[in-house]
Each structure stands twice: as structure tokens, then as C-alpha cells.
Design a protein around this ligand. Structure first.
Ligand code: SAM
Ligand code: DTB
Ligand code: SF4
Length: 322
């Protein structure tokens, strides 16, 4: 049994997820699509637009990240963006058809005065009729509640990889630190957005280990971003071996099967996927994308190109909350 009585989470074992990875690809896609169709409409993709509200200069050492102050990546450190600029970007995202607006900050964790400013941004974006999400690093006691009071719908905080591979990627915060922040978010009544990155040199077992960690959170996250590493010059992972796109697609499918009701987001790394590969990602159960020309500091497909792709595939943007 993989589900508890609540159906929310269960004891997914790495070996069971590995067995899914090892299925012939068409069979894995079939199983993932079957699970998907039990919980979601057949044609709807959720669109989230990202904005970097505080770019670069981060003290952390995440080996994938262009925003760490430790690496020469060409990203200039900036201070927190003023409220009016954030709201203008949110309005533009809404006009282009985004449903959720996610604001990211290159912090280890926000200071109290940062949080007051972000709370105003959240309230302003919410008032525009968008769902709100922020990703600000680790949260301390009481900070999640402050964000919730401002109207925050989702908090993004990724586990990034499996516990076994984690030490190869980050030394400045522990896996448990991440779990603690996720628990604070959950306790404050904010929906959890939590996923990870593949293509960092981890093994297939370690990819299955990441999905097991996510799926065994109780309850599992409402939103699960699966990022394909964007290899940025100057970061320690710039020369990582690119992941076979089919392995990325398998990861989405395994996430779909292990977390049937989660929104599974085809996240960073779409620039290196062909239209046909993206179509397979949707077949595998991805039902959300980052929408708009930029992620945080790297490129994402043009909004118009995504609109064309969705139209060609007979898919449509979600305009209501599920
Ligand atoms: N600083 C905060 C933190 O790390 O918690 C929030 C922003 S951080 C940039 C958000 C997430 O972006 C990371 O957890 C990581 O999963 C993802 N990310 C960063 N750089 C990436 C890259 N080069 N490729 C793919 N995903 C990346
Ligand atoms: C997530 O899982 N992926 C997004 C969002 N959450 C914040 C960030 C991707 C960042 C890719 C590298 C960059 O653009 O700096
Ligand atoms: Fe900083 Fe977040 Fe980048 Fe890590 S992922 S270096 S915490 S901005």
C-alpha cells in the first residue's frame, strides 16, 4: 500500500519508485497518465510567472545557483525591488494570462524588515486577483504566519535532491533545515510548493530518493516543481553531464504517480527541451509551467511561443483555482 487512510501520503519506498523508472517508457507514461486523469481535467495547464525581487549576492553555496556570491556568474547583486515595480510586473503577468505570481529572493533567510516589505508585495499581488507564491529561503518562527496574514497562498522551498546526494551540492544548510521550514509553512496554513533539481550528477536511485522524500511528506506538497539543471557558467555544476531528456520525462511521470493530486510543474530547463519532448512531459503528468521570458536570472521560453505550443497540443491555460 502506498497510501494512508487519508490518501494524502504514504510510505513510498525508493525501490518501488525505482521500479517505476525502470518500466518501458510508454508503459510508465500510460500509468502516469492514468493516475493523472483520475484527478485532473485532460487539457489544463497551470501558468505561474516568476519574478526575482532580490537578485544575487546570496551567502549560500548551492552548487547549481547563479545567484550565490561565491561564484563568478556575471549576475550582479541587487537590492530588494520597490513595490511599484513588483506590482507592475504582476499586472503584466496577469495580462499575459498567468494565474500565479511567484516572487523569489536570493536570501539564506529573510530579515524582519525584509518580511514586512514582502508582505506588502504579497497583499498587492493578491489584490490584483493573482495567486501568490514566494520563495525567500529558510523561515524562522512566526514568519510564515506573517506571510499567511498578508494573503500568501504558496511558499516555495525545495528539497532539491535526495538526502544522500545533498552534501555534494550544498554545505551551508542541512536537509533538516529545509524540512523545518516546510513544517513551519504547513503549520501556518500556507500551501507547500516543494520539488527539486535533476541533472546534477545524481544517480537514478537518488532521483527516486528525492521523489520518495517529497511523496512521504504528510501531506505531500500541493505543488511540485521539477527543475532540469540550468548549467550556468561559473557555477560548480556548469560542466555537469546533461541529463537524457527521457530521464527527465520519467522523473515527471514518477512524481505524478507518487503524488496523484499535486500540481507537477515542468520547471527550469525547458529551453533545452524540444516541443515534442515537452509534449511528452505533459503526457507524463506535468500540468504546470513557468510562463514568461525569464525564470529568476536565466531564460525561459517566450510567452507567445508557449501559447502557440499549448494551442498546437490542444491544451489550455488554467484560469480557475483547483
Ligand atoms: N534563496 C531561496 C532558496 O534557495 O530557498 C529561494 C530562491 S532559489 C533560487 C529557488 C530554487 O531555484 C532552488 O531551490 C533551486 O531548486 C532552483 N534553482 C536555482 N538555480 C537553478 C538552476 N541553475 N537550475 C535549476 N534550478 C535552479
Ligand atoms: C523552482 O523550483 N524553480 C524556480 C522557482 N522554484 C523559484 C527557480 C528556477 C531558477 C533557475 C535559475 C535562475 O533563473 O536563476
Ligand atoms: Fe541562495 Fe537560493 Fe541560490 Fe542557494 S538557491 S545560492 S539559497 S539564491
Amino acid at each position: 500500500m502506498n497510501h494512508t487512510a487519508s490518501g494524502q501520503a504514504g510510505a513510498w519506498q525508493v525501490k518501488d519508485l525505482l521500479a517505476l523508472y525502470e518500466l518501458p517508457l510508454p508503459e510508465l507514461l500510460y500509468q502516469a497518465r492514468t493516475v493523472h486523469r483520475e484527478h485532473f481535467p485532460d487539457d489544463t495547464i497551470q501558468l505561474s510567472t516568476l519574478l526575482s525581487i532580490k537578485t544575487g549576492g546570496c551567502p549560500e553555496d548551492c552548487a547549481y545557483c547563479p545567484q550565490s556570491a561565491r561564484y563568478e556568474t556575471g549576475v550582479q547583486a541587487e537590492s530588494l525591488m520597490p513595490l511599484d515595480q513588483v506590482l507592475a510586473a504582476a499586472r503584466a503577468a496577469k495580462d499575459k494570462g498567468a494565474q500565479r505570481f511567484c516572487m523569489g529572493a536570493a536570501w539564506r533567510s529573510p530579515k524582519p524588515h525584509h518580511l514586512d516589505a514582502v508582505a506588502e508585495m504579497v497583499a498587492g499581488v493578491k489584490a490584483l486577483g493573482l495567486e501568490t507564491c514566494v520563495t525567500l529561503g529558510m523561515l524562522r518562527e512566526g514568519q510564515a504566519e506573517q506571510l499567511r496574514s498578508a494573503g500568501l497562498d504558496y511558499y516555495n522551498h525545495n528539497l532539491d535532491t535526495s538526502p544522500e546526494f545533498y552534501g555534494n551540492v550544498i554545505s551551508t544548510r542541512t536537509y533538516q533545515d529545509r524540512l523545518d521550514t516546510l513544517e513551519r509553512v504547513r503549520q501556518a496554513g500556507i500551501s507547500v510548493c516543494c520539488g527539486g533539481i535533476v541533472g546534477m550528477g545524481e544517480s537514478r536511485r537518488q532521483r527516486a530518493g528525492l521523489i520518495a522524500q517529497l511523496a512521504n511528506l504528510d501531506p505531500y506538497p500541493e505543488s511540485v516543481p521539477i527543475n532540469n539543471l540550468v548549467r550556468v557558467q561559473g557555477t560548480p555544476l556548469a560542466q555537469a553531464q546533461a541529463l537524457d531528456p527521457f530521464e527527465f520525462i520519467r522523473t515527471l511521470a514518477v512524481a505524478r504517480i507518487a503524488m496523484p493530486r499535486a500540481m507537477v510543474r515542468l520547471s527550469a530547463g525547458r529551453e533545452t527541451l524540444s516541443d515534442s519532448e515537452q509534449a511528452l512531459c505533459f503526457m507524463a503528468g506535468a500540468n504546470s509551467i513557468f510562463y514568461g521570458e525569464a525564470l529568476l536570472t536565466t531564460a525561459n521560453p517566450q510567452a507567445q511561443a508557449d501559447q502557440r505550443l499549448l494551442a498546437r497540443l490542444g491544451l489550455r491555460a488554467q484560469t480557475y483555482n483547483v
